[in-house]
Design a binder for this molecule. Sequence first.
Ligand code: GLN
Length: 392
Amino acid sequence: MPKLSQRVGTFTDSVIRRMTRISDEYGAINLSQGFPDFDPPKEILDALAKVSYEGPHQYSVTFGAENFREALARKQGKTIGREINPEEEIVVTCGGTEAMMCAMMTICNPGDKVMVFSPFYENYGADAILSGAQPIYIPLVPPEYGFDIRLVEQGFREGARAIIVCNPSNPCGKVFSREELMAIGELALKYDAFVVTDEVYEHMVYAPYRHTCMASLPGMFDHTITCNSLSKTYSITGWRLGYLVGPGEVMEGAKKVHDFLTVGAAAPLQEAAVTGLCFPDSYYEELLDTYTKKRKYFLDGLDDIGLKHNVPQGTYFVLIDIREFLDLPQFAGYTDLEFCEWMIKNIGVAAVPGSSFFREEVNHLIRLHFAREEKTMDEAIRRLGKLKGLRG
Ligand code: GLN
């Protein structure tokens, strides 16, 4: 067999997506890969039905259908506090995943350094390898997941071209404060570097926390590439609709990368999703209300069965501390991954091992999500309650 590239030998498949496959194989309740088990808004589904007969069914403009970009520009313009030019400052991608990959390939030369906060969303590791970037990890220190801004400055001094900021953060639920973002932004300006943000959970930020868009801060639009997606906001993760917002010159480069990577996102789905992008503000208020209730419901459930967890400020993820179980003789020598596999088979609930998010040696955390109907959460909590029985 001829040899494969060295590149593919340097990273594994996504553990998040792998856990979904194992979960499906064993018929577990899947609280690993984050996606909702409820339907998208009816208006979007009606629009999709209509599109199936009326089209479009052929390619859209490679960097996004015009009406989709216009609707995005209106929506994101409000968040960023600046008029967004839909021709020049937006690139529509196949999900937030392509958006991040595209951003990295647009700004990084092989060997360039890029700062990544740890814990981080798994994809950034592979994105760095695929784009040739060398990650410099900046620890987010539990329990508050604060960070030392001096390390960020040191990274820029070492020549980092960019820093990736996932806000709110997957998997720890941290919401970066305006002050933290200002501090990062000032350094990016001082060292003439980019901030690449991943804001796919922007509408899941729980009171009293508030989402601040990096690109909205003074002077930051020209230094920020915002990666975002419709997946979480409209419960359409399978539609793979994402986008980049950034200065025209950067988007010019991103358009080329995107064009040759994927040509374009699905035209009929863009057309149907325009309906969602035009929803009034009340839609986002209700979405937040729904997730605020789900968060309380799930965290209360975890408290009832005595599992130790963080309280996410944003996103729909929770980190559970499993040290008390790993200390039991039956799990001696288990990694968090092995524990998650055991849990799928014996408890019937799928989680993601924390080690897939941390640069540091972390073996005692697993990630669950609560984008689930209450009845699914009830059954998951009932099953997770069996863990406590192990302690006798
Ligand atoms: N962001 C989701 C998660 O962390 C999954 C996204 C994906 O699998 N593309 O679970």
